[in-house]
Design a protein around this ligand. Sequence first.
Ligand code: GUN
Length: 276
Amino acid sequence: MLIDWTSVALHIYDKIKAKVANMDTKPTLWAILVWNSPASLRYIKQKRKWADYTWVNFKLLELDADISEKKLLKKIEKFNEDDDISGYIVQLPLPKHIDENNIINAIKPEKDVDWFHPINQWKVLIWDKSWLEPCTPAWIIKILKSLDIEFHWQIVCVIGRSNIVGKPVSALLINEWATVITCNSSTPNISDFTKKADIVIIAVWKPELLKENMLKKWSIVIDVWFTVVDEKIYWDADTANIDKAWHRVTPVPGWVWPLTVAILIKNTLKAAKNKN
Ligand code: GUN
């Protein structure tokens, strides 16, 4: 079966919309765009579209691509100090002369609705539920909950060790009482681990690494991202050849991006509430 993530995403958006409808002051999502590459503009357009859908204000600060790191840090300082700004993002990637880590670390953690700041990583480890959520990991949990998964009884294999997907999704699953096996793209004999798992979550940016013969019967596959090789898109799981009668899998291509944006907007609401 293909997992219906469109309805999960729409459910999150409609819940946000209902909450915003009852707020006296509409929350605002601010985005700082330094390098307006076609990909970044596409991402910004999506964020604006879903903010509009949920009646959240969307504001964009466009800066010249040759802005110095120092000047950008000054702008961020202003955003941090501005009481009218409760949540903002800095669209990535940034031009090569700017160190992305310096920028991410400068964003005030409570305004970091993208959830990239190290303090926010730690908040997930200690499971501070009042805090902002890691965007992609949070929707993965929502998708699994929409399938009525009882985490206590699940062995989950997470393939990937990134700071924004692999590590935080492992932490969220541990918090939910799942039994978690964490692998990466170099794990030897990786199918020894995937074959034990009721759920496999993969985010390694390695074309079609996960194959049908690496899975246990009835297992669920959540494939998070893709790689582009010679202008062709390859997802991490070879979904086309995974038997949908035995497995529940996320459709490819799917709703990864709208789901990530849904949690981003949910965080924008939370940041506005937390400020008040
Ligand atoms: N560029 C690609 N994905 C993202 C994202 O989730 N957040 C930001 N800020 N930039 C991105």
